[in-house]
Write a protein of this length. Structure first.
Length: 218
């Protein structure tokens, strides 16, 4: 691989525009399979074929790279959440789930990384960073979006909007954080085809419900 950075006569580096994204991609892969403390900037740089100095150039530190990686992975989801806040309809709710599945199907270890970090002590800096990011990104979901959907008669009146939110999050998150051994017991192979089929199934569950209405006794 040709060198990612070179030197001009002025001493300033010539930057490969792909270097930043390459560092983010490889950081996400390494952080998803190893604990934070075990992943070094040198390891990320070597995997990327990039001078370790570029991590300092773009992100200042490993912590900065980690936070950027999380934010940029979740950026498409954040956009849809903001859109949902404005539109408040079934289509935007379904598109939010579609976007989440699309992002996580190509980054299947990422949700488990988040899950593992949130189990760390609340004094842990990585957990604190993750909580800060999630608070910023998911804040609109905490601000009565489902309650507003209920008020607009988009959600059934016999359902609790708060519990609808929990169900919605569960349908999005669980398939990506469930232990593979548990899924295997149920005959599930977590490949792209599975996630595509599960997404369409979940959208039908959201829009149509799982069970037929109970028939009244004669």
């Amino acid at each position: 691989m040709s060198s990612i950075i070179d030197k001009r006569r002025s001493g300033r580096p010539i930057i490969d525009l792909n270097a930043r994204q390459l560092l983010i991609n490889n950081a996400r892969e390494l952080f998803s399979v190893m604990t934070y403390d075990k992943v070094s900037t040198r390891m990320i740089a070597q995997k990327s074929g990039i001078n370790v100095a570029m991590i300092r150039y773009y992100f200042n530190s490993k912590e900065g790279l980690f936070e950027t990686m999380v934010r940029e992975t979740l950026a498409p989801i954040q956009v849809l959440i903001q859109q949902l806040l404005v539109e408040k309809n079934t289509n935007s709710l379904c598109e939010l789930m579609r976007t989440y599945y699309r992002v996580m199907t190509v980054n299947p270890s990422f949700p488990r990384l988040i899950f593992q970090l949130m189990y760390l002590p609340n004094t842990n800096s990585q957990r604190q960073s993750m909580e800060k990011i999630f608070t910023e990104i998911t804040q609109p979901l905490q601000h009565r979006i489902f309650e507003q959907l209920a008020q607009q008669n988009i959600i059934r009146s016999d359902l609790d909007p708060h519990l609808c939110k929990i169900s919605f999050i569960s349908l999005m998150v669980f398939p990506f954080i469930a232990p593979t051994s548990i899924l295997n017991i149920h005959g599930v192979e977590t490949n792209e085809a599975f996630f595509v089929n599960l997404l369409e199934h979940n959208l039908k569950v959201i829009t149509g419900g799982l069970l037929l209405p109970l028939k009244e006794s004669l």
